[in-house]
Design a protein around this ligand. Structure first.
Ligand code: 13P
Length: 340
Protein backbone atom coordinates (compact mmCIF):
# COMPACT_ATOMS: atom_id res chain seq x y z
CA UNK A 1 0.00 0.00 0.00
CA UNK A 2 1.31 3.43 -0.94
CA UNK A 3 0.02 5.71 1.82
CA UNK A 4 1.20 8.91 0.13
CA UNK A 5 -0.72 8.10 -3.02
CA UNK A 6 -3.89 7.22 -1.08
CA UNK A 7 -3.70 10.44 0.90
CA UNK A 8 -3.05 12.49 -2.24
CA UNK A 9 -6.01 10.90 -4.07
CA UNK A 10 -8.34 11.40 -1.10
CA UNK A 11 -7.29 15.05 -0.84
CA UNK A 12 -7.75 15.71 -4.54
CA UNK A 13 -11.27 14.27 -4.38
CA UNK A 14 -12.46 16.62 -1.63
CA UNK A 15 -10.08 19.52 -1.16
CA UNK A 16 -10.16 21.38 -4.48
CA UNK A 17 -13.48 23.17 -3.95
CA UNK A 18 -15.29 20.52 -6.01
CA UNK A 19 -17.28 17.37 -5.28
CA UNK A 20 -18.16 13.92 -6.56
CA UNK A 21 -20.70 12.75 -9.09
CA UNK A 22 -22.24 9.34 -8.38
CA UNK A 23 -23.22 7.76 -11.70
CA UNK A 24 -22.94 4.20 -10.45
CA UNK A 25 -26.56 3.11 -10.42
CA UNK A 26 -26.73 -0.66 -10.80
CA UNK A 27 -28.57 -1.87 -13.92
CA UNK A 28 -31.80 -2.58 -11.95
CA UNK A 29 -31.73 0.90 -10.36
CA UNK A 30 -30.88 2.64 -13.64
CA UNK A 31 -33.64 0.66 -15.41
CA UNK A 32 -36.14 1.65 -12.73
CA UNK A 33 -35.34 5.35 -13.27
CA UNK A 34 -35.52 4.88 -17.07
CA UNK A 35 -38.85 3.02 -16.81
CA UNK A 36 -40.38 5.93 -14.89
CA UNK A 37 -39.65 8.15 -17.93
CA UNK A 38 -40.50 5.55 -20.62
CA UNK A 39 -36.84 5.26 -21.67
CA UNK A 40 -35.94 1.80 -23.06
CA UNK A 41 -34.15 -0.29 -20.41
CA UNK A 42 -31.34 -1.51 -22.66
CA UNK A 43 -27.56 -1.59 -22.41
CA UNK A 44 -27.34 0.89 -25.31
CA UNK A 45 -29.70 3.36 -23.61
CA UNK A 46 -27.67 3.14 -20.40
CA UNK A 47 -24.46 3.66 -22.41
CA UNK A 48 -25.89 6.65 -24.29
CA UNK A 49 -27.06 8.25 -21.04
CA UNK A 50 -23.68 7.78 -19.38
CA UNK A 51 -21.96 9.18 -22.50
CA UNK A 52 -24.14 12.29 -22.18
CA UNK A 53 -22.89 12.69 -18.62
CA UNK A 54 -19.15 12.11 -19.08
CA UNK A 55 -18.96 14.28 -22.22
CA UNK A 56 -20.81 17.26 -20.71
CA UNK A 57 -18.48 20.19 -21.49
CA UNK A 58 -16.51 21.61 -18.54
CA UNK A 59 -17.88 19.02 -16.09
CA UNK A 60 -14.41 18.88 -14.54
CA UNK A 61 -14.76 22.48 -13.33
CA UNK A 62 -17.21 21.28 -10.68
CA UNK A 63 -16.59 17.55 -10.37
CA UNK A 64 -13.40 16.05 -8.91
CA UNK A 65 -14.35 12.38 -9.24
CA UNK A 66 -17.06 10.27 -10.88
CA UNK A 67 -18.23 6.92 -9.53
CA UNK A 68 -18.87 4.37 -12.28
CA UNK A 69 -20.62 0.98 -12.27
CA UNK A 70 -19.15 -2.31 -13.53
CA UNK A 71 -21.01 -2.05 -16.86
CA UNK A 72 -20.13 1.63 -17.27
CA UNK A 73 -16.39 1.39 -16.61
CA UNK A 74 -16.20 -1.02 -19.57
CA UNK A 75 -18.16 1.23 -21.95
CA UNK A 76 -17.03 3.70 -24.62
CA UNK A 77 -18.36 6.74 -26.45
CA UNK A 78 -19.75 6.35 -29.98
CA UNK A 79 -16.29 7.51 -31.06
CA UNK A 80 -14.75 4.49 -29.21
CA UNK A 81 -13.06 6.42 -26.39
CA UNK A 82 -13.42 4.64 -23.06
CA UNK A 83 -15.42 6.54 -20.44
CA UNK A 84 -12.38 6.30 -18.15
CA UNK A 85 -10.28 8.17 -20.72
CA UNK A 86 -12.99 10.77 -21.29
CA UNK A 87 -13.08 11.45 -17.54
CA UNK A 88 -9.29 11.62 -17.24
CA UNK A 89 -9.13 14.09 -20.13
CA UNK A 90 -11.70 16.23 -18.31
CA UNK A 91 -9.55 16.18 -15.14
CA UNK A 92 -12.03 13.93 -13.32
CA UNK A 93 -10.76 10.98 -11.24
CA UNK A 94 -12.55 7.72 -12.14
CA UNK A 95 -14.01 5.63 -9.31
CA UNK A 96 -16.04 2.44 -9.13
CA UNK A 97 -18.88 0.98 -7.07
CA UNK A 98 -17.69 -2.40 -5.79
CA UNK A 99 -20.49 -3.58 -3.50
CA UNK A 100 -23.01 -6.14 -4.77
CA UNK A 101 -26.06 -4.51 -3.22
CA UNK A 102 -27.98 -4.60 0.06
CA UNK A 103 -29.63 -7.99 0.72
CA UNK A 104 -31.97 -9.20 3.49
CA UNK A 105 -30.03 -9.84 6.69
CA UNK A 106 -30.82 -13.37 7.89
CA UNK A 107 -32.56 -13.36 11.26
CA UNK A 108 -33.29 -9.61 11.19
CA UNK A 109 -36.64 -8.93 9.47
CA UNK A 110 -36.72 -5.55 7.71
CA UNK A 111 -32.95 -5.06 7.84
CA UNK A 112 -30.28 -5.39 5.16
CA UNK A 113 -26.60 -6.15 4.89
CA UNK A 114 -24.47 -5.21 1.90
CA UNK A 115 -22.79 -8.11 0.10
CA UNK A 116 -19.69 -8.29 -2.07
CA UNK A 117 -16.65 -9.17 0.05
CA UNK A 118 -16.03 -12.58 -1.57
CA UNK A 119 -13.54 -12.15 -4.41
CA UNK A 120 -13.39 -8.39 -3.76
CA UNK A 121 -9.58 -8.14 -3.76
CA UNK A 122 -9.40 -9.59 -7.30
CA UNK A 123 -12.20 -7.33 -8.55
CA UNK A 124 -10.58 -4.24 -7.05
CA UNK A 125 -7.27 -5.15 -8.69
CA UNK A 126 -9.01 -5.44 -12.07
CA UNK A 127 -10.68 -2.04 -11.62
CA UNK A 128 -7.36 -0.49 -10.63
CA UNK A 129 -5.84 -1.82 -13.87
CA UNK A 130 -8.75 -0.22 -15.75
CA UNK A 131 -7.90 3.17 -14.21
CA UNK A 132 -10.12 3.44 -11.12
CA UNK A 133 -8.44 5.31 -8.25
CA UNK A 134 -11.19 5.14 -5.69
CA UNK A 135 -14.14 2.90 -4.84
CA UNK A 136 -17.53 2.98 -3.17
CA UNK A 137 -19.48 0.60 -0.91
CA UNK A 138 -22.94 1.55 0.36
CA UNK A 139 -24.47 0.13 3.51
CA UNK A 140 -28.17 0.78 4.09
CA UNK A 141 -29.67 1.32 7.54
CA UNK A 142 -33.45 1.67 7.89
CA UNK A 143 -35.21 3.33 10.82
CA UNK A 144 -38.46 1.97 12.26
CA UNK A 145 -39.87 1.33 15.73
CA UNK A 146 -37.48 -1.50 16.62
CA UNK A 147 -34.73 -1.03 14.06
CA UNK A 148 -31.87 -0.60 13.43
CA UNK A 149 -30.65 -3.38 15.72
CA UNK A 150 -27.05 -3.57 16.97
CA UNK A 151 -26.74 -6.81 14.96
CA UNK A 152 -27.51 -5.02 11.69
CA UNK A 153 -25.34 -2.00 12.48
CA UNK A 154 -22.36 -4.19 13.41
CA UNK A 155 -22.68 -6.47 10.36
CA UNK A 156 -22.73 -3.48 8.01
CA UNK A 157 -19.96 -1.61 9.81
CA UNK A 158 -17.75 -4.72 9.71
CA UNK A 159 -18.32 -5.21 5.98
CA UNK A 160 -17.56 -1.53 5.30
CA UNK A 161 -14.28 -1.83 7.21
CA UNK A 162 -13.24 -5.08 5.45
CA UNK A 163 -14.00 -3.43 2.09
CA UNK A 164 -12.04 -0.30 3.02
CA UNK A 165 -8.98 -2.32 4.05
CA UNK A 166 -9.06 -4.32 0.78
CA UNK A 167 -9.30 -1.14 -1.30
CA UNK A 168 -6.42 0.55 0.49
CA UNK A 169 -4.23 -2.51 0.04
CA UNK A 170 -4.73 -2.17 -3.72
CA UNK A 171 -4.18 1.62 -3.72
CA UNK A 172 -7.82 2.67 -4.13
CA UNK A 173 -9.33 5.24 -1.78
CA UNK A 174 -12.47 3.74 -0.22
CA UNK A 175 -15.56 5.87 -0.01
CA UNK A 176 -17.24 4.58 3.13
CA UNK A 177 -20.99 5.04 2.78
CA UNK A 178 -23.26 4.10 5.68
CA UNK A 179 -26.62 5.51 4.57
CA UNK A 180 -29.32 5.98 7.18
CA UNK A 181 -32.46 6.11 5.02
CA UNK A 182 -34.96 8.97 4.95
CA UNK A 183 -37.93 6.56 4.65
CA UNK A 184 -40.33 6.62 7.60
CA UNK A 185 -42.00 8.95 10.05
CA UNK A 186 -39.13 9.26 12.55
CA UNK A 187 -38.10 12.74 13.65
CA UNK A 188 -34.81 14.63 13.38
CA UNK A 189 -33.67 13.57 16.84
CA UNK A 190 -34.11 9.87 16.03
CA UNK A 191 -32.07 10.26 12.82
CA UNK A 192 -29.43 12.11 14.85
CA UNK A 193 -29.19 9.25 17.36
CA UNK A 194 -29.15 6.47 14.77
CA UNK A 195 -26.63 8.24 12.51
CA UNK A 196 -24.36 8.77 15.52
CA UNK A 197 -24.60 5.09 16.54
CA UNK A 198 -23.91 3.91 13.01
CA UNK A 199 -20.91 6.20 12.48
CA UNK A 200 -19.53 5.26 15.87
CA UNK A 201 -19.71 1.55 14.94
CA UNK A 202 -18.19 2.23 11.51
CA UNK A 203 -15.15 4.07 12.91
CA UNK A 204 -14.72 1.40 15.56
CA UNK A 205 -14.56 -1.27 12.85
CA UNK A 206 -12.32 0.83 10.58
CA UNK A 207 -9.89 1.06 13.48
CA UNK A 208 -10.17 -2.69 14.11
CA UNK A 209 -9.40 -3.47 10.46
CA UNK A 210 -6.38 -1.11 10.40
CA UNK A 211 -7.83 1.26 7.85
CA UNK A 212 -5.80 4.47 7.41
CA UNK A 213 -8.29 7.24 8.07
CA UNK A 214 -6.28 9.83 6.13
CA UNK A 215 -6.95 7.73 3.03
CA UNK A 216 -10.73 7.38 3.12
CA UNK A 217 -13.71 9.59 2.29
CA UNK A 218 -16.82 9.33 4.47
CA UNK A 219 -20.12 9.48 2.58
CA UNK A 220 -22.91 9.86 5.13
CA UNK A 221 -26.52 10.98 5.04
CA UNK A 222 -27.40 14.42 6.29
CA UNK A 223 -29.30 14.28 9.60
CA UNK A 224 -32.93 14.74 8.51
CA UNK A 225 -36.41 13.87 9.73
CA UNK A 226 -38.07 10.95 7.90
CA UNK A 227 -40.03 11.73 4.73
CA UNK A 228 -43.33 11.05 6.51
CA UNK A 229 -42.50 12.91 9.71
CA UNK A 230 -45.23 15.52 10.29
CA UNK A 231 -42.64 17.92 11.68
CA UNK A 232 -40.18 18.78 8.91
CA UNK A 233 -37.10 20.69 10.08
CA UNK A 234 -35.96 24.13 9.03
CA UNK A 235 -32.56 24.60 7.42
CA UNK A 236 -30.76 25.62 10.59
CA UNK A 237 -31.98 22.58 12.55
CA UNK A 238 -30.70 20.24 9.84
CA UNK A 239 -27.35 22.02 9.67
CA UNK A 240 -26.88 22.08 13.44
CA UNK A 241 -27.90 18.43 13.94
CA UNK A 242 -25.71 17.19 11.08
CA UNK A 243 -22.61 19.10 12.16
CA UNK A 244 -23.07 18.19 15.83
CA UNK A 245 -23.45 14.51 14.96
CA UNK A 246 -20.38 14.46 12.70
CA UNK A 247 -18.21 16.38 15.19
CA UNK A 248 -18.96 13.79 17.86
CA UNK A 249 -17.88 10.76 15.87
CA UNK A 250 -15.78 11.54 12.78
CA UNK A 251 -12.05 11.71 13.60
CA UNK A 252 -10.14 14.77 12.40
CA UNK A 253 -7.78 12.54 10.40
CA UNK A 254 -10.52 11.95 7.79
CA UNK A 255 -9.84 14.43 4.97
CA UNK A 256 -13.37 14.85 3.73
CA UNK A 257 -17.04 14.16 4.13
CA UNK A 258 -19.04 13.90 0.90
CA UNK A 259 -22.78 13.71 1.52
CA UNK A 260 -25.21 11.55 -0.42
CA UNK A 261 -28.47 13.26 -1.41
CA UNK A 262 -30.72 10.34 -0.42
CA UNK A 263 -33.87 11.48 -2.19
CA UNK A 264 -33.92 15.12 -1.01
CA UNK A 265 -34.89 17.57 -3.73
CA UNK A 266 -31.91 18.81 -5.71
CA UNK A 267 -32.39 22.36 -4.44
CA UNK A 268 -32.68 21.36 -0.77
CA UNK A 269 -29.57 19.19 -0.97
CA UNK A 270 -27.59 22.18 -2.32
CA UNK A 271 -29.10 24.66 0.14
CA UNK A 272 -28.28 22.41 3.11
CA UNK A 273 -24.71 21.71 1.99
CA UNK A 274 -24.24 25.43 1.39
CA UNK A 275 -25.56 26.38 4.83
CA UNK A 276 -23.20 23.89 6.47
CA UNK A 277 -20.23 25.40 4.66
CA UNK A 278 -21.30 29.01 5.36
CA UNK A 279 -21.91 28.35 9.04
CA UNK A 280 -19.11 25.98 9.94
CA UNK A 281 -16.47 25.30 7.28
CA UNK A 282 -13.76 27.35 8.97
CA UNK A 283 -14.25 25.51 12.27
CA UNK A 284 -14.32 21.94 10.93
CA UNK A 285 -11.38 19.54 10.60
CA UNK A 286 -12.65 17.96 7.35
CA UNK A 287 -13.83 19.32 3.98
CA UNK A 288 -17.61 19.14 3.51
CA UNK A 289 -18.68 18.35 -0.02
CA UNK A 290 -21.12 16.31 -2.09
CA UNK A 291 -21.23 12.91 -3.71
CA UNK A 292 -24.71 13.18 -5.18
CA UNK A 293 -26.42 11.01 -7.77
CA UNK A 294 -30.07 12.12 -7.99
CA UNK A 295 -29.41 15.71 -6.82
CA UNK A 296 -27.11 16.21 -9.82
CA UNK A 297 -28.56 13.91 -12.45
CA UNK A 298 -32.34 13.90 -12.06
CA UNK A 299 -33.23 17.11 -14.00
CA UNK A 300 -30.88 16.06 -16.83
CA UNK A 301 -32.36 12.57 -17.02
CA UNK A 302 -35.88 14.00 -17.23
CA UNK A 303 -34.91 16.40 -20.05
CA UNK A 304 -33.03 13.70 -21.99
CA UNK A 305 -35.85 11.15 -21.77
CA UNK A 306 -33.93 8.85 -24.10
CA UNK A 307 -33.96 11.24 -27.09
CA UNK A 308 -30.81 12.25 -29.02
CA UNK A 309 -32.31 15.66 -29.78
CA UNK A 310 -32.36 16.46 -26.04
CA UNK A 311 -28.71 15.65 -25.27
CA UNK A 312 -27.45 19.27 -25.30
CA UNK A 313 -30.28 20.57 -23.11
CA UNK A 314 -29.81 17.67 -20.72
CA UNK A 315 -26.07 18.39 -20.48
CA UNK A 316 -26.86 22.04 -19.68
CA UNK A 317 -29.14 20.92 -16.85
CA UNK A 318 -26.47 18.53 -15.55
CA UNK A 319 -23.83 21.28 -15.60
CA UNK A 320 -26.17 23.69 -13.83
CA UNK A 321 -26.70 21.22 -10.97
CA UNK A 322 -22.97 20.46 -10.85
CA UNK A 323 -22.20 24.20 -10.64
CA UNK A 324 -24.85 24.79 -7.97
CA UNK A 325 -23.29 22.05 -5.86
CA UNK A 326 -19.78 23.32 -6.42
CA UNK A 327 -21.00 26.71 -5.18
CA UNK A 328 -22.65 25.02 -2.17
CA UNK A 329 -19.43 23.20 -1.41
CA UNK A 330 -17.75 26.64 -1.24
CA UNK A 331 -20.60 28.33 0.65
CA UNK A 332 -21.45 30.48 -2.41
CA UNK A 333 -24.79 29.00 -3.48
CA UNK A 334 -28.04 30.91 -3.83
CA UNK A 335 -31.39 29.87 -5.28
CA UNK A 336 -31.02 32.26 -8.26
CA UNK A 337 -28.31 29.95 -9.62
CA UNK A 338 -30.98 27.34 -10.31
CA UNK A 339 -32.47 29.45 -13.13
CA UNK A 340 -31.45 28.60 -16.70
P1 13P B 1 -28.09 9.84 -4.04
O1 13P B 1 -27.35 11.14 -4.02
O2 13P B 1 -29.12 9.75 -5.13
O3 13P B 1 -28.60 9.44 -2.69
O4 13P B 1 -27.05 8.73 -4.43
C1 13P B 1 -25.80 8.74 -3.85
C2 13P B 1 -25.23 7.40 -3.93
O5 13P B 1 -24.19 7.23 -4.51
C3 13P B 1 -25.92 6.29 -3.28
O6 13P B 1 -25.03 5.23 -3.10
Amino acid sequence: MNSHELIATAKSLVCGGKGLLAMDESNPTCNKRFAALDIPQTEEARRAYRELIVTAPSLGESISGAILYDETIRQKTVGSISFVDVLLQAGIIPGIKVDMGAKNLAGFPGEKVTEGLDGLAARVQEYARMGARFAKWRAVIAIDTDIPTPGCIDANAHALARYAAICQETGLVPIVEPEVLMDGSHDLQRCFEVTGQVLHAVFNQLHGQRVMLEGIILKPNMVLPGNDCPQQSVLKQVVDATIRCLLRVVPAAVPGIAFLSGGQSAELASARLNAMNVQSAAKLPWALTFSFARAIQQPALEIWSGKDANVKAAQQALLRRAKCNRAARRGEYNAAMERP
